[in-house]
Design a binder for this molecule. Structure first.
Ligand SMILES: NC(=O)c1ccc[n+]([C@@H]2O[C@H](COP(=O)([O-])OP(=O)(O)OC[C@H]3O[C@@H](n4cnc5c(N)ncnc54)[C@H](O)[C@@H]3O)[C@@H](O)[C@H]2O)c1
Length: 261
């Protein structure tokens, strides 16, 4: 197991569910959660990647299409039946397909698919996790939104952006509604992450990368492990006074007007 952090053990005795655990931010977070002592339930639609993640972190794999209500309910039931609690839900699975583009060219089917996978899934996961957390009087839900939920891009992916705005507003509302029951709900808003897909895209088209990098005060994209570190903080009691937040982990993009040269 990759141990990102040998010092912090903030999640010992906690059960954490991660959707989209097979790749990218979800995988880095499953690793980080495990390194902090959590029992990790790795959910993904991709059997190979999901199983590999669960094996690596010594957790449990559950195949889930996060758009399917019954499969989502079964996911949280498995977490509870296997480990006895549901303490952390990292509702993270999402897609960003190429046919979701400018509003001028994006069709209704593409629009709906992205809404289902990115937004309806978060509704379903929160709905399934909350009853366990309410019974325990404790829980931390982290829903993956994006920095595009708080700022506009001329390089539009219209349904993606709208879906992440929805995740942000829903998380805020749930954070407020359940605050006095010991349940915290936060929206994670990552900036662009250095994923294989992004690297491939930008290797082919350096101008495309430069157009984006100029807006990032830190001058680079995030590593998935840096996002995972923020998720672990939100999952843990170290963030006990943080709920209903738009938690930006964006290298400063959302705060910037002119960036350093
Ligand atoms: N990568 C970025 O730059 C970035 C920036 C901001 C926000 N995000 C968000 O972070 C989240 C994770 O992004 P990533 O870059 O790690 O993505 P990724 O493509 O590397 O991983 C996503 C995982 O979700 C799984 N998945 C897809 N559809 C699913 C479904 N219907 N049911 C269950 N699992 C499904 C995939 O199999 C995959 O393992 C997404 O919500 C994304 O929108 C990413």
């Amino acid at each position: 197991m990759t141990d990102q952090n040998p010092v912090c053990r903030r999640l010992v005795g906690r059960t954490a569910v991660v959707t989209g655990a097979g790749s990218g931010i979800g995988l880095a977070t499953a690793r980080r959660f495990a390194s902090e002592g959590a029992d990790v339930v790795c959910a993904d639609i991709d059997d190979t990647a999901g199983k590999a993640a669960a094996d690596e972190v010594g957790g449990t794999y559950v195949k889930v299409d996060v758009t399917d209500p019954e499969q989502v309910e079964a996911l949280f039931r498995t977490a509870f039946d296997t480990y006895g609690s549901v303490d952390v839900a990292f509702n993270n699975a999402g897609i960003s397909p190429p046919d979701d583009d400018s509003i001028l060219t994006t069709g209704l089917e593409a629009w709906k698919r992205v809404q289902e996978v990115n937004l309806t899934s978060v509704y379903l996961c929160c709905k399934a996790a909350l009853p366990y957390m309410r019974r325990q009087g404790r829980g931390s839900i982290i829903n993956t939104a994006s920095f595009v939920a708080v700022m506009g891009a001329a390089t539009s992916q219209i349904s993606y952006t709208a879906s992440k705005g929805g995740v942000l507003a829903m998380s805020r509302e749930l954070g407020v509604q359940f605050a006095r029951e010991g349940i915290r709900v936060n929206a994670l808003c990552p900036g662009p992450v250095n994923t294989p897909l992004l690297r491939e895209l930008f290797a082919k088209d350096p101008e495309r990368a430069a157009r984006r990098l100029v807006h990032i005060p830190l001058g680079r994209f995030a590593e998935a492990e840096e996002i995972a570190a923020a998720v672990a903080f939100l999952a843990s009691d170290d963030s006990s006074f943080i709920t209903g937040s738009e938690f930006l982990v964006d290298g400063g993009i959302a705060g910037a007007y002119v960036t350093p040269v």
